[in-house]
Design a protein around this ligand. Sequence first.
Ligand code: ARG
Length: 460
Amino acid sequence: MKLWGGRFQKETDSLVNDFNSSIQFDGRMYKEDIMGSLAHAAMLAKQGIISPEDGAAIAAGLREVLADIESGKAELTEDNEDIHMNVETLLTAKIGDAGKRLHTGRSRNDQVAVDLRLYLRHEMAAIRADILDLQRAILEQAKQYQQAVMPGYTHLQRAQPISFAQHLLAYGAMLSRDVTRLEDCGKRMNECPLGCGALAGTTYPIDRFLTAEALGFDRPMGNSLDGVSDRDYALELMSALSILMMHLSRFSEEIILWCSWEFKFIELDDGYSTGSSIMPQKKNPDVAELVRGKTGRVYGDLMGLLTAMKGLPLAYNKDMQEDKEAVFDAVDTVKMCLPVFAGMIRTMKVLPENMRRAAGRGFINATDCADYLTKKGMPFRDAYTVTGRLVARCSQQGKTLEELTLPELREISSLFEEDVYEALNLENCMGLRSSYGGPAVSETTRQIQELTNFIKEHEA
Ligand code: ARG
C-alpha cells in the first residue's frame, strides 16, 4: 500500500503509477532529502514533539539509509513514487514505528522545496567554480596577446584595431557578471521552506529557525504558502544559466569563425576538434558548435518551467514536479559545457600574424585618419568626410590609406604632414587607444589585474 493509501480502496493503475512517479529524476536528491530529514527529526526531538529515543533512532536509521543508497544496497522504486517516500519507507523498514514519526509536522511539499534548494545550492557553487576556471583560461591566453593587433568588428565588418587580449577580456568581463548573477540568485535561494508544511504551517511547536540554521540557510521563509509554491529560485538560476550560455554561444560562434580558412585567426588543438567521416582534410570545431547548440536547450529548460508555472494558483500543484527535469537538465548541460570550453580555449593555438594581416586590409585606421585631421584643427565632421573620400579613392586603386603618398594626401587636405604615417600605423592606432577600458596595453594590463583579483575574491 502507498504511504498515502489510507483512504483508497483500489491500487493505483500501473499507468498512473508510472506517470505520477518522479523517482527516476528526483532520486538524485537522496542526500539532500536525508539531510533535511535529519534536521527535521533533531528539531522535533529538541522541541519535545517526538521522544529523544525516537529522535536518535531516526538519525541512526537515516544514516544507514544514506549508506545503503550510496552502496547500491537500497533500491529506489517507482512504487514509492518519489525520493521522499522512498527514504521514509526505507527508514521505517529499518526502525519501525519511530520511522513513522518522522513526517510529523511536515509535508512533501515543504520537503521537496527544501531538497531542491539544497541540491541547487551546491550545483550552483560547482558551476561558479567552473566559470572561474574558464576565466583563468581566458587570462592565460590574454596575457600572451596584449600586443597582437587584430581587427575589431561591428556588423562583422572590420571596424577599428584592437588586440586579441582586449577581445578575450570582453568575455572575461561577461563571465564576471555571470558569477555575480549566480551569487545574487544564491542569496535569494538561501531561505528555508522546511516547516511550511503542506501549505499552512502546523500546530506543533516546531522551531523553523533551528532547522533553517542547521541546514545552512540564512532564515526560514516568512510565508508558508509562498514557501511551498515558490520556484523563483529555479527560474532565476535558469535565467542566469541562460545568460551564461548566451555568452558562451557568442564566444563559440567567434571560435567557429576564427578557425575557418576565411579567418584562420586560431587553430583548435587536435584534442578539441573532430574529423569528418568522408572529407579527409576536415578539422571541425564540434565543441564550439555543440556549446552553441546546447544554449537553445538551456533556454528551452527555462521556458518550459516558466510556462509550467504560469497561472498556477497557490499553493502546491503537481505541475510543479516538472521543475526538476528542467532545472537538472540546465545544470547538467552547463556543467558539461564549461570544462570542455575552458579546455578548448586553453589549448587553442593563436595565429597573430593572420590577425595582423586581416587588420591591414579594410581601412580599420580610417577613424584614426579622421582623428589626425581633427587634432590638426579640422572639425571632426569635415575630417570624417575628407577621410571618406580618401577611402573611396584607395578602394578604387586597391591601396591602403598608408600607401598613399604625402602629395596624394595633400591634394585632399593640406593639413597632412609626414607624421600622418605614424598616426596611421596600426600598432599605434591600437596602442594609443588608452582611454579607460580601451585596447592599449596599459588598459589590458589593468583588466588582466582586475580579472585576476576577481577570480581570487570569488574562488573561496
Ligand atoms: N514529487 C513531488 C514533487 O516533486 C513531491 C511533492 C508531492 N506533493 C504532493 N502533494 N503530491 O513535486
